[in-house]
Design a protein around this ligand. Structure first.
Ligand code: SF4
Ligand code: SF4
Length: 225
């Protein structure tokens, strides 16, 4: 088996739902000068999404942080595995890839790596969307100099005429404009309105994940056996 395929099956064994490979030459210079990236997609379990529907946010956040711990574990073990093959690697954990909570933006967005890997696209909601799990996913990544066969980047939304997330948003933060990689995030979502609402909800022990749970493709995932 090639190094790339053995890495893929190793990451899957650790729990990754989807793995992709992207050229990120120049994008990772904030961390380390590594030109390639491995995108890790972890599906959010159906029971966790049910907690949102039940408005049991205390349990939801516990489960969600559990998902982040799994992603961190996969990224760090993946880093070690790649190094054992003789290449350099850097697990892009959340602690290393700090998120500005006001802008809701990491230094190197996982969504950028995932769309460049061809694993999905950015929905009207500005969330990353996969055909299999909708936007019910959490994302991680590893940077490396290991040679990889890159996926075909997705540069345009595949959201068709659906507007479920837009209709579900309680503060009208989602614009009708569909994503493509030539737009800025502000063109598709009013991130200030969204983040202010989320922070207020969080302070009240609640949350807002309506655009994730009501996404048409998330709903299809929930109905599938
Ligand atoms: S998280 Fe909530 S407030 Fe923000 S865009 Fe989604 S539905 Fe709207
Ligand atoms: S609800 Fe529809 S428009 Fe919104 S992200 Fe999901 S598929 Fe796209």
């Amino acid at each position: 088996m090639s190094d790339m395929n053995s890495l893929k099956s190793y990451l899957k064994k650790l729990g990754a739902s989807k793995i992709g490979f992207a050229d990120v030459e120049g994008l990772a210079s904030e961390f380390i000068d590594l030109p390639n990236a491995i995108s890790i997609v972890l599906k959010i379990p159906k029971e966790t999404i049910q907690l949102v529907k039940d408005e049991n946010y205390e349990e939801y956040w516990k489960n969600f942080h559990g998902q982040i711990d799994i992603l961190t574990d996969i990224a760090l073990k993946g880093e070690k595995y790649i190094k054992s093959l003789g290449y350099d690697a850097f697990g892009l954990t959340m602690t290393r890839n700090e998120c500005d909570m006001k802008k809701l933006l990491s230094i190197l967005p996982y969504k950028t790596i995932a769309t460049k890997s061809g694993l999905g696209w950015i929905g009207r909601s500005a969330l990353f969307v996969t055909p299999e799990y909708g936007s019910a996913v959490a994302l991680g990544a590893i940077l490396t100099d290991m040679p990889l066969d890159f996926g075909t980047p997705i540069t345009d939304s595949q959201c068709d005429e659906c507007r479920n997330c837009q209709d579900a948003c309680p503060v009208d933060a989602i614009n009708p404009q569909k994503w493509n990689d030539r737009l800025n995030r502000e063109d598709i979502i009013d991130i200030e309105t969204c983040s202010e609402y989320i922070i207020d909800q969080y302070k009240a022990g609640l949350g807002c994940t309506k655009c994730m749970s009501e996404c048409k493709l998330t709903q299809e995932y929930l109905k599938r056996d």
